[in-house]
Design a protein around this ligand. Structure first.
Ligand SMILES: Cc1cc2nc3c(=O)[nH]c(=O)nc-3n(C[C@H](O)[C@H](O)[C@H](O)COP(=O)(O)OP(=O)(O)OC[C@H]3O[C@@H](n4cnc5c(N)ncnc54)[C@H](O)[C@@H]3O)c2cc1C
Length: 494
């Protein structure tokens, strides 16, 4: 039986462990942190159960596929609720828009903001569907050579859908430069850590997937998926060792031989799959010739996604007027995004994502309490920001907005509080430059064929899974990544 070591118990690492164990490999996961989950982690304190990272679940099919591939049905194991509306979007002038998956409801909402906009919505959705179909062609496959990327048909569709254009400008044109609608239908690239002003219009496929395929929430929160994957791993004989940071991948003439832990312990392996950030894996865990394709200089030249500041609040109030998921857009959206991606300074008026999961699942907080999660995208650690000084400033700005949106007395209702800063991702999970959603941004030259491949070119037996290889950032993408790397390993090692 071939022995696989997986470095990291993020969602992609866990999904790969399940798939490989099902295919007959002996799998050990080595995780640095005390709990599995990686970016999808949890805090359980004072009666609150807080998802620390992802809260928005779209493209549920990708999760279902992982379970199907091991003979299980995720819908029989977890209780999913479809959110409708998906989110409420708040604007600076106290107006808001509910983004429904139900197109008739959504069209009505749009008409409130801009009479006549419903017709433009249907055009946007129709074009989004074409981009989704085109995009999935690039997402759901392994790449070996550049000719795998392009064929005449896909190039033709790329041109016909305008997917190569600038995302914000294309969306703004469709909605006839209505500022609120341009913001609402372009922000989704932020989920990839990419400004809509820099992203390809191709990424409006995420908006399409979100609206047309629906948004879901598992009762118990996103971490209930991690817990369920861990229990399946136990059942299937996968060994998961937490508090076990890997210090080095041992590479001999024939390829991978095993790994050394920080503790000095050695674990033999026939192959290693790294779920840790790829820049960390190459810079810190691989020596010598194995680094030919990812030298320090090359890693420095790569383009990195943004980070974020998160405030987690437990409050002793219930807010029936609030939605589960909301977004707040700064009045000067471009200035906000430029401060994150270009000038790399603290945003004056931060846009943010607001999630109140107790709206759907009150058991996540003590009775009569709400759980509030506020995520404001921020520059990554290439910015010169001292987070000990900056965090209290951002906290006050966010609370000022929450007073406006949720409750003028919210400060006095805070019963429990924690925060998470760009420095935390770097320290906790070795995220390059403290990037939040994933490390490598999704510009054209870091996507599909051009993104680091899931197999090392120079080290036999070293593979990658998760956000820093293809297809990329986000929970559904790392499930697809687990499928792709498993297909490759099974083909090469069975
Ligand atoms: C705040 C936030 C909000 C997000 N929101 C969403 C959302 O709403 N929807 C969505 O789909 N996605 C969202 N994402 C993105 C999504 O969470 C990630 O892209 C995805 O979870 C990454 O999974 P992964 O498998 O690549 O592993 P990661 O989660 O990156 O885990 C990697 C693991 O490797 C471990 N590790 C690193 N170095 C070592 C070492 N040397 N030895 C041992 N272990 C090591 C780390 O500790 C970590 O556990 C969000 C992310 C964040 C942070």
């Amino acid at each position: 039986m071939k022995k696989v070591v997986i470095i990291g118990a993020g969602m992609g690492g866990l999904a790969t462990a399940l798939r490989l164990a099902y295919q007959g490999f002996a799998v050990t996961i080595l995780e640095k942190l005390p709990l599995p989950g990686g970016r999808s982690n949890v805090i359980m304190e004072a009666g609150y159960r807080v998802d620390t990272g992802p809260t928005i679940l779209v493209m549920k099919e990708a999760f279902e596929d992982t379970y199907r591939s091991i003979g299980r049905n995720i819908n029989e194991r977890l209780d999913f609720v479809q959110l409708d509306p998906n989110y409420r979007v708040y604007f600076h002038d106290d107006t808001y828009l509910d983004l429904y998956s139900n197109m008739a409801h959504l069209a009505q909402e749009m008409e409130k903001i801009d009479p006549g906009a419903a017709e433009r919505l249907f055009r946007f959705i129709g074009e989004g569907a074409k981009k989704y179909e085109l995009g999935m062609d690039f997402v759901d496959r392994n790449f070996d050579r550049i000719t795998d990327l392009a064929n005449f048909q896909s190039l033709k569709r790329l041109v016909n859908t305008g997917a190569y254009q600038n995302l914000y400008h294309q969306v703004s044109n469709i909605f006839q430069h209505n500022d609120k609608l341009a913001k609402t239908f372009s922000f989704h690239s932020m989920f990839l850590g990419l400004s809509p002003f820099d992203a390809l219009a191709m990424y409006s496929l995420i908006t399409y997937a979100d609206l047309a395929l629906g948004m879901w929430f598992p009762k118990g929160g996103i971490y209930s998926i991690i817990e369920d994957m861990v229990s399946l791993a136990d059942e299937m004989g996968v060994e998961i060792r937490t508090n076990s940071p890997v210090a080095e991948i041992d590479v001999g003439d024939e390829g991978v031989k095993g790994v050394f832990l920080n503790s000095g312990e050695y674990i033999q392996a026939d192959l290693v799959v790294s779920n840790a950030d790829l820049p960390h894996t190459y810079r810190d865990l691989v020596n010598g010739n194995g680094r030919k394709d990812y030298s320090d200089q090359r890693l420095e030249r790569m383009s990195y996604a943004c980070s974020g500041y998160i405030l987690y609040l437990g409050v002793n109030q219930i807010y029936p007027h609030m939605r589960h998921q909301s977004l707040y857009f700064a009045e000067d959206y471009k200035a906000n995004l430029d401060s994150i991606f270009k000038t790399k300074t603290l945003p004056e008026d931060p846009s943010f994502h607001l999630s109140i999961p107790t709206v759907t699942d009150p058991t996540l907080a003590p009775e009569g309490h709400s759980l509030i999660y506020v995520l404001a995208p921020m520059p990554n650690l290439t910015a010169e920001i001292d987070w000990d000084e900056a965090a209290p400033i951002v906290r006050e700005k966010l609370l000022d907005q929450l007073e406006h949106i949720i409750d003028p007395q919210i400060r006095s209702h805070i019963a429990w509080e924690r925060d998470y800063r760009p420095t935390n991702w770097q320290i906790d999970i070795n995220a390059e430059h403290g990037t939040a959603f994933g490390s490598l941004s999704h510009g054209f030259f870091q996507s599909s064929y051009f993104r680091p491949h899931n197999k090392s070119r120079y080290i036999d037996g070293l593979y990658f899974v998760g956000q820093s290889t293809y297809p990329g950032i986000g929970m559904p993408m790392v499930h697809i990544s687990s499928k792709l790397v498993t297909e490759r390993i099974v083909q090469e090692w069975h």
